[in-house]
Design a protein around this ligand. Structure first.
Ligand code: ATP
Ligand code: MG
Length: 709
């Protein structure tokens, strides 16, 4: 089957797809079809008679690689089973599996998984007698994280500590010793960790030129997507695999480099033409993903950035809706507005075509809670779900105990910091609480004063029955020192989750209702492919993907850009690129949420928030500005259209929602999300004002409800 490539590609894309076997760099902005170009080039090469085994394709996830392969396979109408690659790591693994003995590794060497690595570091720490009585000693995962980071960035561990975790400097010597012992352990036992795959592959290629030559002959074509996020060793591997750059095609966007914190080097893509002087550079300037209105905004986001390759994107999808900049009263009302917006959008789009994006995992917690409340299915990518985070579980355990002091799993959590208290004694204690066995409780309390304190706190809270927020306040007071001991390395980061919890608690009068809300079964996520679900994702995990509607939240200084970035110019540049990545995921609709205040536990309440400086920089003509007033209504502040104020729920829909004839007036109806409601007003043409119990007044398109007889 011959493919008519030119009908699927624009001239620049076709130039890249059909280019001769030289070094080739496709550098272009988001949504310009870079990934599509790789997939088509793959199909093109195969159609030209190149055997799939002769092509090495690498990208940032296996899933992304598979998707590309299946796109190409679909094009040429047959499987492309032989194409090598996936991620850099998986390719290295395939090579090492065969050739590692040449490096002195045993036949069938093992790759350690994360629990193995933790176990080994734990053993080493014990053997070296480090951190024995010191509860602030960095945890195994932190030590491993630092080791990995210093290797990927190729900087000294001591320098890394100084730059990024100054609070761990007192432990620098110990961490270094552990790191050296860990490396020696791996060598002694013929083990590799994830990072070793890349470094050992490099060593292999350097030590065995015959093998390098063999791989060059075997893979005369090497293609790499998202090249802007490769690190130093990955770039060296590319150079080794293709000495003169012949047959190498790299694709990427310097403006989307967002992994510097893990060692990504944007220089790899910017200096590619210098490394390989014969490089043919292809720039793609047409964006197929987003409407021009969205592009105007994303181009403006980039305007302040330092970028060497000039890109000037345009879209033929004119007349799109302007992005909406939505100022909400607080981060709490933001959650409500976001969910309202999603419900509105879901009338026109499938849920899976809508995404809520955020800088850090905890920022979506209030939204998650609302989504759970209304039973709307979502999947979260990047960052733990709120109720899965360990410290949140800890605090909830205390709260559960107020309601049910015989809750054994809750006791396990609540007193797990108490040294010497085993599970058996804990069960026995729980039993005693249930039976009111005061003698046993008193005996145990004497032996374990910490248990006594926890028990006393819970008892007094039980007796006083305070509102959820004051109960939480007291619990956090008690928990704070435990919290710092239990999570010595990252408690400052986790703090944000506790602040969110406090803010949520303030919205409830009743502890039971609050806990039920939080512990509601989260939707079953196994059958993800089958189901239509909303996407919640960190921006990092959204790379390369696209949705019809994208809502970016928490665009205030300190959250996006993140707090630490505000201190360093280069980090700010990375934050700007992150925002660019976020906004360029949108096809038709983009909303940017800016809460006017955010919760701060230290101040015991909300504090004013400053809009993200990337947002303040944007020219006004790029967006339509809405502001929530204290009645929860959105007002249009400026746009090309006439000014108007709409009650909540009556925001204009993106696109033209179908309008049908008005239904029978008044009576009751059912809505798939809000449940049963009373129709209080008919709003021609085709809308109803409905009072839903638990949700209040909503204005809904008549065709989205079922009328009751
Ligand atoms: P990112 O930088 O976000 O990774 P990208 O440059 O890789 O983006 P793609 O994901 O390849 O862009 O393409 C974006 C969208 O535009 C996809 O839906 C793709 O199918 C579509 N597209 C790209 N080129 C064309 C074309 N020539 N004709 C029609 N659709 C196209
Ligand atoms: Mg892409």
């Amino acid at each position: 089957m011959t493919i008519d490539f030119t009908s699927h590609l624009n001239p620049a894309q076709w130039e890249a797809v059909s280019a001769a076997r030289g070094p080739l760099l496709v550098i272009a902005g988001a949504g310009s079809g870079k990934t599509r170009t790789i997939a088509f080039r793959l199909a093109y090469l195969v159609q030209q008679g190149v055997a799939p085994e002769n092509i090495l394709l690498m990208t940032f996830t296996r899933k992304a690689a598979q998707e590309m392969l299946s796109r190409a396979a679909h094009l040429i109408g047959r499987e492309l089973g032989g194409v090598a690659g996936g991620t850099f790591h998986s390719f290295a693994w395939t090579v090492l599996r065969r050739y590692a003995p040449a490096l002195g590794f045993p036949e069938g060497f093992t790759i350690m998984d994360a629990p193995d690595m933790r176990e080994i570091v734990g053993q080493i720490r014990t053997e070296l007698g480090l951190g024995k009585k010191d509860r602030a000693f960095p945890k195994r995962t932190t030590i491993l994280g630092l080791i990995s980071k210093s290797r990927n960035k190729e900087i000294d561990l001591a320098v890394l500590l100084e730059q990024e975790t100054p609070h761990l400097i007192p432990y620098a010597g110990d961490i270094l010793r552990i790191s050296q012992a860990y490396a020696a352990f791996k060598t002694r036992h013929g083990l590799m960790d994830y990072d070793d795959l890349l470094f050992n592959m490099e060593r292999l290629l350097l030590e065995r030129p015959d093998l390098t030559e063999f791989l060059r002959i075997r893979h005369p074509h090497v293609m790499i997507d998202e090249f802007q996020d490769t690190n130093k060793v990955q770039a060296r591997l590319v150079r080794l695999l293709a000495a003169d750059g012949r047959g190498v095609m790299v694709v990427g966007d310097d403006a989307q480099s967002i992994y510097a914190f893990r060692g990504a080097e944007v220089r790899n893509i910017l200096s590619f033409p210098t490394q390989f002087p014969e490089t043919v550079i292809v720039r793609l300037e047409e964006n197929y993903r987003s409407s021009q209105a969205i592009l105007d905004l994303t181009n403006a986001v980039l305007r302040g950035a330092v970028s060497r390759f000039e890109k000037n994107l345009f879209s033929r999808r004119a007349n799109g809706r302007k992005p909406q900049l939505i100022h909400t009263v607080s981060d709490q009302t933001q959650a409500r507005m976001v969910v309202d917006k999603v419900l509105e959008l879901s009338q026109n789009y499938r849920l899976r075509d809508i995404a809520i994006l955020f800088r850090a995992g905890f920022q979506s917690y209030p939204v998650e809670m609302l989504l759970n409340r209304i039973g709307l299915r979502f999947r979260k990518y990047g960052g733990l779900k709120f109720t899965e985070a360990a410290h949140i579980k800890d605090v909830l355990a205390y709260m559960r105990l107020i309601l049910n002091p015989a809750d054994l799993p809750a006791w396990f959590r609540a007193v797990s910091h108490v040294k010497g208290l085993g599970p058996k004694t804990c069960s026995r204690f729980c039993q005693a609480v249930l039976e009111g066995d005061q003698a046993f409780i008193a005996q145990l309390a004497k032996k374990f004063p910490d248990v006594d304190q926890a028990f006393a706190l819970i008892n007094s809270l039980r007796a006083e029955k305070p509102a959820p927020d004051s109960a939480l306040e007291r619990i956090l007071e008690f928990y704070s020192p435990i919290f710092q001991l239990r999570y010595p390395d990252d408690y400052p980061r986790r703090q944000a989750g506790l602040e969110q919890l406090q803010q949520m608690a303030a919205a409830f009068d009743d502890l039971d209702a609050f806990l039920t809300e939080l512990t509601l079964e989260s939707p079953d996520q196994d059958d993800e492919e089958m189901d239509d679900h909303l996407v919640l994702s960190t921006v990092h995990s959204a790379k390369g993907l696209e949705w019809s509607a994208v809502l970016v939240i928490d665009l205030v200084n300190g959250r996006f850009p993140s707090r630490h970035a505000l201190e360093r110019e280069e980090d700010m540049e990375e934050e700007r690129r992150l925002l660019y990545v976020a906004c360029t995921r949108a096809r038709d609709y983009l909303a940017l949420f800016v809460p006017s205040s955010v919760y701060n536990r230290f101040q015991g309440g909300s504090e004013p928030a400053v809009p993200s400086l990337f947002i303040s920089e944007l020219p006004e003509h790029c967006y339509e500005e809405w502001r929530e007033n204290y009645l929860g209504q959105l007002h249009l502040r400026h746009s090309s259209r006439q000014d108007q104020a709409l009650p909540r729920g009556q925001k204009a829909l993106p696109g033209n929602a179908p309008v049908k004839s008005a239904p029978r007036p008044l009576g009751f109806c059912r809505h798939k999300i809000f449940g049963r409601g009373k129709i209080v007003e008919v709003l021609p043409p085709g809308r109803l004002r409905i009072n839903f119990s638990g949700f209040g007044l909503k204005i809904i398109q008549a065709d989205f409800v079922i009328l009751e007889d």
